[in-house]
Design a protein around this ligand. Structure first.
Ligand code: ATP
Length: 354
């Protein structure tokens, strides 16, 4: 039998007056899982995390930890460690005192002394030997690791992280996210992570919930979310993408599987159905990743005009105009002027059929 989810939101809605921040949200986070809530500003990520932490109460619905409702249980009794965007370290305390502060409400787990616990935690976040430093002598990334050590001090069951890296520069953010992931795996701690950065979400998580208007549009592994976006919003929000819609005019069997011919304006494009069912006249939305478009002729050849190009190092992202639609191509050899680009029917992913 599958074990109880470590953390569960069951039909949770949170309203503030006229605003619905979180809407009929149901999510289950498994024991030891790194679970990320990602979505644009205002989609309800922080509110969801605050509902888990106990800083907010649901207007309706139930939050459960280990299968038990935590209604009425205050934050300090929830067995969670919380880290926010701003490091919020106490400037008048040393690094070690900041971490020890996390133990204020609890005895160190495992029966060790407080000093040893603090030293161990600082080792854990790669800040061994820094206990006597003042927080303001540390880099942003180091300060955020102190905040994580402080949150971990009482040995919580669940770690809640709200955009912990958003105040850091890009290089530091990439380094810290690797460290956070390694730490989480070492401890096996159930973690709920909030970010608006889709790349970070894909890089760090076991599973991701893509949120929109207070509710998840899709929940899945980073690979699933990237390869098989379930809605046009997810297709567009996660990674670079070309999302197109048209009417199904024909259905064919090909060597590469069943294909729908889709009319977009005057053009016809062949889209691999990959097990999905469509009928003539259906409105089909599909996506093709920019790296799946290739310069040159092919089955789905689009004659487009280059409008701009961004040099990204290994590849260039080329913006194209195709009958008034914006397309993106990623390539090592960027075309200029007018270009023909093509994609295999199997490289198109069907998002919705209506
Ligand atoms: P961001 O990425 O910008 O932090 P978010 O996805 O975390 O956004 P929330 O902070 O959860 O979104 O906010 C969701 C919605 O609820 C927003 O429209 C916000 O204005 C509203 N909201 C959140 N907290 C409150 C509050 N205390 N009072 C009134 N409205 C609120």
């Amino acid at each position: 039998m599958a074990s109880e989810p470590a953390v569960e939101l069951d039909g949770v809605t949170r309203r503030y007056g006229e605003t619905t921040a979180v809407s009929a949200l149901s999510l289950s986070v498994r024991e030891g899982e790194f679970f990320t809530l990602v979505g644009p500003s205002g989609c309800g990520k922080t509110t969801t995390l605050r509902l888990l932490a106990g800083f907010e109460t649901p207007t309706t619905g139930t939050v459960r930890f280990g299968g038990q409702s935590v209604a009425g249980v205050p934050p300090e009794s929830r067995d969670v460690g919380v880290v926010f965007q701003s490091y919020a370290l106490f400037p008048h305390m040393t690094v070690g005192e900041n971490v020890a502060y996390g133990l204020n409400f609890a005895d160190p787990p495992g029966g060790v002394g407080r000093d040893k616990r603090v030293r161990d935690l600082l080792e854990l976040v790669d800040l061994g030997g820094m206990a006597d430093r003042d927080p303001d002598t540390l880099s942003g990334g180091q300060q955020q690791r102190v905040a994580i050590a402080r949150a971990l001090a009482p040995g919580p069951e669940v770690l809640l992280l709200d955009e912990p890296m958003s105040a850091l520069d890009a290089k530091l953010r990439e380094r810290l996210r690797v460290q956070v992931r390694e730490l989480q795996q070492e401890l096996g701690i159930t973690t709920v992570y909030v970010t608006h950065d889709q790349e970070e979400a894909l890089a760090i998580s076991d599973r991701v919930a893509v949120m929109r208007d207070g509710t998840p549009e899709q929940v899945g592994s980073p690979r699933e979310i990237y390869r098989r976006p379930a809605t046009p919003f997810v297709a567009d929000f996660i990674g670079d993408n070309n999302v197109l819609s048209g009417t199904v005019t024909d259905l064919r069997e090909t060597a590469a599987g069943r294909v729908a011919d889709v009319a977009i304006g005057e053009e016809r494009l062949a889209v691999g159905l990959d097990g999905r069912t469509a009928a003539r006249g259906d409105e089909l939305t599909f996506c093709v990743r920019p790296e799946r478009l290739a310069v040159g002729d092919g089955e789905n050849a689009l004659s487009a005009t280059v409008t701009s190009a961004e040099f990204l190092g290994e590849t260039t992202r080329v913006h194209l105009d195709w009958h008034g639609r914006q397309l993106r191509l990623r390539t090592r050899s960027p075309p200029t002027g007018t270009a023909t680009v093509a994609f295999e029917p199997a490289d198109a992913h069907v998002v919705t059929i209506r």
